[in-house]
Write a protein of this length. Sequence first.
Length: 244
Amino acid sequence: MAIGVREVLPVVSAPTLVVHQRRDPWVAAEHGRYLAQHIPGAAYVELDGDEHIPTTAAASQLLAEMMPFLQETATREAPEPDKVLATILFSDIVGSTSKAAELGDARWRELLAAHHGRVRAQLARFRGVELDTAGDGFFARFDGPARAIRCAQAIHQAVRDVGLQVRIGLHAGECEVLDAKVAGIAVAIGARVSARAGAGEVLVSQTVKDLVAGSGIRFEDRGLAELKGVPGQWRLYAVASSQA
């Protein structure tokens, strides 16, 4: 009851049908109308009923609305999106400069190659898309925030086995699609969140925390923070569980 996902509604690209019973005792019908108004192209149907969880008696009404909608959308060709809802992951090695100086160029290159291989293996495992690699850092996107968090946890474990620690930051939001990559303020926020993460930490924005409600992932409140170049204050959370 404490979460909010209003900001991501305009980025929903799936065909959407919102069905609400007019006298729903738990959630007022205006909330259903709000969803339909803010999800692009959504259809809204208000049934004359007083249930929140539909019973068998309402099945015929529901099916009468849902089946034509499903039949129509099954044959509809989806347009290429110019904006998507994505979860952005940024990572970088903690203390990379001092580590490189300690090991020397040749040994550092070997360690960096091992790091890259392990990060890419976890991105593949959790269906993340690598967008860029700069020095010792990775920039990737996911279509689901819970999977992005699990991937971040797995990356921590994988690189720890070769004696490295990374900091990882995650944010979810509307991104512009440009030549198979993503851009926009959500990407900038993800980078700023990552910069505030500690060694071995997965730090996420409030948006990510809200979107994974019910997933079993636990968080520790890190308080409000100002992110360089981003207006306002942002509440950040560290992922508490270390299980991948």
